[in-house]
Design a binder for this molecule. Structure first.
Ligand code: HEC
Length: 151
């Protein structure tokens, strides 16, 4: 296959297009990518919590809320079928048994983050606080069924 074909395929599939062991490597990469993304979600939540605790400025919650929305949109793509193996992961097989629900949970998290970003842009701290609590709820309601708690 021509090199550019490989590059295009890799971009489309989001995985390395190599023979044999390549698949296991790609699996490990996707697991790492989603764990990094989730860690960034946690950091963004902490940034918003600071705004809530300090009662403002609401504008400081805009960027982290937008980060959470953008990453939430990518969540389903970071959980290809069978990626509960290949690297250390806390993803449960229930994800693929309930795929439509898993996608719904990701969409709910994205919507909650977008609502929070809008409230923050409007400078409405009361709404920012309520939206922050609601957004946190969407993280938990996906983690409970689909993530093994770290011991
Ligand atoms: C649609 C489901 C879903 C949503 C929504 C979700 N998560 Fe996760 N999260 C997971 C799964 C599954 C894992 C385990 C991934 C793995 O280990 O491969 C995880 C892992 C994590 C981790 C651990 C990362 C690590 O490896 O150290 C953190 C932190 C995290 N999520 C934070 C958040 C925050 C904050 C939110 C909300 C803003 C959120 N998540 C929303 C499914 C979700």
């Amino acid at each position: 296959m021509a090199t550019w074909h490989k590059a295009v395929l890799a971009a489309v599939l989001g995985v390395a297009v190599t023979a044999g062991a390549g698949l296991a490597v790609a699996q490990a990469d996707v697991i790492k990518a989603r764990q990094d993304g989730m860690k960034a979600q946690g950091a963004a939540m902490a940034a918003i919590k600071k705004v809530v605790d300090e009662n403002g400025p609401a504008a400081n919650a805009v960027a982290p809320a937008e980060t959470i929305a953008a990453t939430a949109a990518k969540i389903p793509g970071l959980f290809p079928q069978g990626s509960d193996k290949g690297a250390e992961t806390w993803a449960k097989p229930e994800i693929w048994a309930n795929w439509a629900d898993f996608e719904k949970q990701a969409a709910a998290s994205k919507a909650a983050a977008e609502k929070l970003a809008a409230s923050a842009k409007a400078g409405n701290m009361d709404a920012v606080k309520a939206d922050f609590a609601a957004l946190g709820g969407t993280c938990g309601s996906c983690h409970r069924p689909y993530r093994t708690p770290k011991s």
